[in-house]
Structure formats: C-alpha cells, structure tokens
Design a protein around this ligand. Structure first.
Ligand SMILES: [Fe+2]
Ligand SMILES: [Fe+2]
Length: 162
C-alpha cells in the first residue's frame, strides 16, 4: 500500500461522504437539477474509490445513511445542500492537512481537484440561495428560481481539470 493507514481511512470516509451527498440530494426527485447534482456526487465517490485502488488500498463502500425525506421548501433543500458541501469541504481540507503532515505528495495532488471543486460547489449553492433574497419567496419567485434551476441542469458547469 502506497498510502498510510490513516490516509486510507480518511479517503474511505470521503467515499461515504460523497455517497451520502449523492443520496441526500437524489431522493428529492423533484428537479432534474438535483438528479444532475446527485450524478456528479457519485462521480466524486468513484474518483476516490479508483484512487484508493490505484494506491493498492481497499476501498470500502459503506452503507449510506438514509436521506431525510422531509424538506419544507426549495430554499430548505438548497440550504441543506450548502451545509452538506461545507462539511465535505471541511473533510477534504482535513485530508489535505494529513497529506502535508505525512508528506504524501500523491494524495495531495489527487485532492487538489476536490479542493477546487468544493470552492465551485459552495459558490453555486450560495449564489442560488441569494436568489431568494433578490427575487423573493412567494409563489412567482419560487417559480422563477425553479426555472433557473431547470436551465442550470441543462448546462452543467465546466470542469477545468477533468
Ligand atoms: Fe462531491
Ligand atoms: Fe458536491
């Protein structure tokens, strides 16, 4: 194994976290936007699994927590999504700290993509949430924001490093 047991454990935790991100969003089912988002999270999970395999470490796909089924509003869903992204960012930053401590340059380079991805992800949800302040929270406003989400789901953001 080319990475430390501690690094392996952290990466495996990340597999679970990306899996949970995929799941909690996918179950909303309402908008194509969240399906797209869910697919994206699954690719993140697979990226980590492949990396662990490349490093000769077993990836363990854990049971993923059932998503919470009751969201009051679109704004609530987006707030939850932002919170999830913030905890994913924290976990990734923690892993980067481990790579620095362990001088694990391979994993450091691998994680760079995720560091950048999280900046985009958090910005994306923050920007969407700002729309509620700008456009409003009445039925017409929600309909408008729904349209924005529909447009965004047909134009996935460019991935500069993929
Ligand atoms: Fe992700
Ligand atoms: Fe994400």
């Amino acid at each position: 194994m080319k990475i430390s047991p501690k690094m392996k454990k952290s990466l495996n935790d990340q597999v679970a976290l990306e899996g949970a991100a995929s799941n909690s969003i996918g179950y909303q089912g309402a908008a194509n936007y969240f399906y797209m988002q869910s697919d994206e999270e699954r690719t993140h999970m697979i990226k980590v699994v492949h990396y662990l395999n490349d490093m000769g470490a077993y990836a363990s796909i854990p049971a993923i927590k059932a998503p919470s089924g009751s969201f009051k509003s679109l704004e609530g869903i987006l707030k939850t999504a932002l919170k999830n992204e913030q905890s994913v960012t924290k976990a990734i930053h923690k892993m980067v700290e481990i790579t620095q401590k362990e001088k694990d340059h391979s994993t450091y380079a691998f994680l760079e993509w995720f560091v950048n991805e999280q900046v985009q992800e958090e910005t994306k949800f923050e920007t969407l949430l700002q729309k509620f302040d700008l456009i409003g929270r009445d039925k017409l406003a929600i309909n408008e924001i729904d349209k924005i989400l529909a447009t965004e789901s047909t134009t996935p953001d460019a991935d500069p490093t993929a």
